[in-house]
Design a protein around this ligand. Structure first.
Ligand SMILES: [Zn+2]
Ligand SMILES: [Zn+2]
Length: 343
């Protein structure tokens, strides 16, 4: 259907609204990634600022449902409806489909078709390949809702295998030092391990207890993470010259104080900024991210062919300006509760 044949009163502005609890689909009576408890939620992925406990009904991918149950408990939603990526349902006249977003295991874009208009809500996404996540798929649409976590020209991520080679090189240079990698427990930790395995690193990798359950879940879903051990059960001898993954807060808890001369490492898109890398205390900062960088945000907007771009979740202004330079209508969506995702 061409735009001219579509009733303008059915423009997505009318039926997809920013409400206090998040983005709300009026005809479908559901929210996308609401940050407050709602009757019906469609959830893009398992990070805490998108997936919350306490909704009545949750529609999401099987992997994200599993992640939510592990993080929040079996009864974290009244009911789960699992939709396999690539399939769709009709709900009160709205066609809802999930399509891989490439961000973390199970992450999906939400594709909505209503009254001749197609809207794609990306959730968080990346275009770089990741052994732990299905690749992002471009979906042609009228309105593309993009995240903008790294929506500034300074943010250009490195190729992950090149950064992993630096980590392996550092282990060769400092064979006596434990490499203490700070990484968030959903997504980044598993991706680092899988990239290490893909690079041929086959020694046991040690985990802080905070990472154990989600690593097991990834393995249950068929992601090869190799041999993993709990760091607190290991001897100082075992840990010497090994890689230990721990959440970013663990050094503050004093847990890392028991290690002899650890080498602190971090992997994040923020490591591109010298000041952020210094603040992290990492001796080895790696620029590895699960979000699209500035060039990939721009490329993806153009790839969707959308005439209208709604920007959320980060640095909206620069991306809205980019849209305008391309003759596209850019709009900053003022969603609350979208700050501070660990990356
Ligand atoms: Zn995320
Ligand atoms: Zn996010």
């Amino acid at each position: 259907m061409t735009p001219r044949l579509r009733a303008l009163e059915n423009h997505p502005d009318q039926w997809l609204q920013v409400r206090p609890k998040g983005l709300y689909c009026v005809p479908g009576d559901f929210y996308i990634d609401p940050h407050g408890k709602v009757d019906r939620a469609v959830i893009t992925h398992g990070h805490a600022d998108h997936a919350r406990a306490g909704h009545g009904h949750v529609l999401t991918s099987p992997e994200t449902a599993a992640i939510m149950r592990v993080r929040y408990g079996k009864n974290c939603a009244g009911a789960f409806q699992e939709l396999v990526p690539g399939t769709g349902i009709d709900h009160f006249g709205v066609r809802v489909q999930l399509v891989p977003a490439g961000h973390v295991l199970g992450s999906c874009q939400i594709v909505l078709d209503y009254a001749g208009w197609r809207v794609v809500a990306s959730g968080d996404y990346k275009r770089a390949s990741d052994p732990t996540s299905a690749n992002f798929e471009v979906v042609a649409c009228d309105v593309f809702i993009t995240e903008a976590t790294f929506g500034l020209p300074v943010f250009v991520h490195e190729h992950a295998p090149d950064e992993i080679a630096k980590l392996i090189g550092s282990l060769d240079t400092f064979p006596e030092r434990s490499h203490l990698m700070s990484a968030y427990s959903l997504g980044k930790a598993q991706r680092l391990i899988a990239e290490l395995r893909a690079a041929g690193y086959d020694a046991p990798i040690y985990l802080h207890s905070a990472h154990e359950r989600l690593c097991r879940l990834y393995q249950d879903w068929g992601v090869n993470l190799g041999v993993l051990h709990r760091a607190e059960h290991a001897s100082q001898d075992d840990l010497r010259g090994s890689i230990i993954l721990a959440p970013p807060s663990s050094s503050r808890e004093g847990w890392a104080d028991t290690l002899t001369d650890p080498l602190p490492c971090a992997a994040s898109g923020w490591m591109r900024v010298r000041k952020r890398a210094q603040q992290s205390g990492a001796e080895l900062p790696l620029v590895i991210s699960d979000h699209a960088d500035w060039p990939d945000l721009q490329r993806t907007i153009m790839d969707t062919g959308a005439e209208e771009i709604w920007v959320t979740h980060g640095r909206e202004d620069a991306l809205v300006y980019f849209c305008e330079t391309q003759g596209l209508r850019g709009r900053a969506l003022a969603l609350i509760g979208r700050e501070g995702e660990g990356e």
